[in-house]
Design a protein around this ligand. Sequence first.
Ligand code: CA
Length: 304
Amino acid sequence: MGVRLLVASRSDVGRVRAGNEDALLVADDPRLVAVADGMGGHQAGEVASATAVATLLERVQHGEPIDTAISAANDAVVTQSQDDESLRGMGTTLTAGMVDGSSLRIGHVGDSRAYLLHGGELRQLTTDHSVVAELIAAGELTEEQALVDPRRSMITRALGIEASVAVDVLTVELEPGDRLLLCSDGLTTMVRDDAIAEILAAERDRERAADALVDAANAAGGADNVTVVVADVVDVDAPFEDTMETPAVAGEVVAASTAAATDDGAPTVTDDGDPDGALEALRDAVDAEVSAPRRRWWQRRKRS
Ligand code: CA
């Protein structure tokens, strides 16, 4: 007895930012999903988030549990930051879920979030490591006040900053019919939980649900990059669907997803520059690692 995931994902630059520092991961059948939200100027944030998900994937595929895999991702970002002056100070959130039987093991650092829609009710599974979340917990700020507080994007924990990082780990039982959402704060600072719940409950097509979430964030101002992974939980024996979320190779999903995310529908992949090629090399390395088996891929995408 077990479950598996059917996944739709989007990452959008939003309406204000010049580049997209978010990264996402959908891999291994897929039983591993993750969202990372990088920070740091001059593309450092993009390197941080991409490094984090790449390291997570590599370690999980070598059999490591999710918390030690996230610690390894921390080490990788720290090392890169120390080795390259232009990357100094970069960091990233990382929220990852791994299916094991009928359980989902979640590892989490930062203010990206995991939610579970179960029986029509949306529950936030992760706790934000943020200034406003701490103030709310201390009774010094209400949820309403937090939505407009100028400190709302300040996080208290991230990968890449210190030699070790405390990783929150939790396990939730999944049932067929559940829907999992991983997202960056570009969604949750723009769209309230009740609106997110409404979209997830109303739009049963997960590809359209993912589009609707990104559209809602952009309609609210799109102040930040917005990344969503919408995963429907199905019985492990349910047939694989013949849709674009289970492509044969990495290149196909990039084209398909970018077409879905691009205003004019043109299937183009854009890149707003990677002067020293480090990001491209990293992406190639990860693509090479994950593109061989069917239904397994790693994806990072930017719009400019
Ligand atoms: Ca963000």
